[in-house]
Design a protein around this ligand. Sequence first.
Ligand SMILES: Cc1cc2nc3c(=O)[nH]c(=O)nc-3n(C[C@H](O)[C@H](O)[C@H](O)COP(=O)(O)O)c2cc1C
Length: 220
Amino acid sequence: MKVLGVLGSPHKTGGSASLLLAALKGAEFVGAKTELVSVYDGEITPCKGCIQDEEPDCKFPCVFEDYGKELLLKIREADGLIFSTPIYWFAPSGKLKLLIDRMTCLENMVAFGEPSYVEGKVFGAIAVGADAGGPWVGGYLITTLTCMGAIIPPWGIAYSHKGDDAIHDDKALLDAINVGLLVAKMIKVIKGEKEDLTFLDDKKLMQKIREEILKELERS
Ligand SMILES: Cc1cc2nc3c(=O)[nH]c(=O)nc-3n(C[C@H](O)[C@H](O)[C@H](O)COP(=O)(O)O)c2cc1C
């Protein structure tokens, strides 16, 4: 069971990164293998909209040979996806939006007689701002991914308005851990295992994960 965390922030130790690390630890807690990638670690060419061409090239893995394609390949392989983005003017970061647009080639496989390559993947969303927009941006991500064929688990969204101090936002941290937990548990359910899909209200686990993340962030 592979869960891919996609960081939409330029800050590797910021609020979105902290809550993404928490979600991935939640996923690991129920046995997932996790990987964290950042959309800021390479060039992502903007989608050129070839889905509208007469003979559309819009099929996986996209016509562009760039870092965006590397991320699309990782997305294709993952059972679960967690996107964590800073809120930039009530929207995800522009760099994450570039990747989302490029994901059209995964979804557009339906035009080639195949299912969407996002279909059946489990998706969770995290948004971090310093002011407002969390549910809006998290909601945008969830709406978009379900329209690509992803499955949203219960408790599949977390947000904080505490900016780069989101790790100290108890509610958001516990929610983020549960995003990871529930993404992984939902994958198990899809694979035929019996799992409860209950929110885990475990403050001790939350504090342990917070301390681990703070140590990791100090080292980086
Ligand atoms: C271009 C830009 C637009 C922003 N717009 C919003 C906003 O609409 N709502 C909000 O709550 N915070 C907004 N912020 C603040 C960031 O979301 C905040 O600094 C957040 O901590 C960034 O996440 P990070 O720490 O993971 O990088 C904005 C920041 C920037 C740079």
